[in-house]
Design a protein around this ligand. Sequence first.
Ligand SMILES: Nc1ncnc2c1ncn2[C@@H]1O[C@H](COP(=O)(O)O)[C@@H](OP(=O)(O)O)[C@H]1O
Ligand SMILES: [Mg+2]
Length: 292
Amino acid sequence: MTEHTAQDDHALAGRLAEAAGRLLLGVRDELGFADARALKDTGDLRAHEYLMAALAECRPGDAILSEEGRTSVAGKRARGDERAPTGNTATGDRLAADRVWIIDPLDGTREFSEEGRRDWAVHVALWERRAGGGAGGLTAGAVALPAQGVTLRTSPDGALAGAEPLRVRPPREGRLRIAVSRTRPPQFVTELAGKLGLDVELVPIGSAGAKISAVLLGDVDAYLHAGGQYEWDSAAPAAVALAAGAHASRIDGSPLAYNRRDPRLPDILVCHPVSSSTLLTGIRDVSDALPE
Ligand SMILES: Nc1ncnc2c1ncn2[C@@H]1O[C@H](COP(=O)(O)O)[C@@H](OP(=O)(O)O)[C@H]1O
Ligand SMILES: [Mg+2]
């Protein structure tokens, strides 16, 4: 197996997420917003093909799990390209691999197709078996927000990259701004908001990556989701959140686990550690309203 330094993997994740982001801004310019379906499919697939080719070239020995590399998207086509999407590493090989890139070439596809919206992202994360004492875990990640000109990425020292690495900030006393899906806000969050005894504001934002970045950038204080999501939706954002000192877990408080046979990972809580017990306890108290 080719040996890579840790620095290379963090920097590579950042470079690839940014480059895919530039490509996506170009797709918006090229196609315009008249045909949302064509814009979504072309963005998804061109960013996927770019990342698959770049990872195959830079990290030929590694496995890849991409949202757009599933057999279920084989019928999808980019404008001007009749090829089927490049497939993911076979599941058995991925589960046996020491290094797996978990990527979402375009998270917040709906928002990408809406003119003027900036809440969409590119996610590039690396899972390694050696992490967590051999149990496996995320070791690098980058979230690019191309329309906001921002990229958050991990660095070898365990923090976010940057001259003054970003750290998640605690909420203002008595107040909590919670980011939720624009199109699928879970009902239990509304119920939770009513019970917390705080001044709670629900802030609809598209894309899991954009919501978690909003927590780290201080635009909101927490991100709560349940009812469905996949590993690629949260892997890179969770890697970045943990490096920024945030709490990131399932909504029952258990750790987020990646590189599983079934890539469904349906719920997530990201917040400053001072808010986590209040939110986790509150979620338990409204468990009747939780989605199946
Ligand atoms: N109930 C659900 N089931 C499956 N995926 C979901 C989901 N709710 C959200 N997601 C996925 O999570 C990402 C963020 O969603 P949202 O913007 O609604 O918060 C989106 O990824 P994609 O845009 O990559 O498809 C979306 O498809
Ligand atoms: Mg996604």
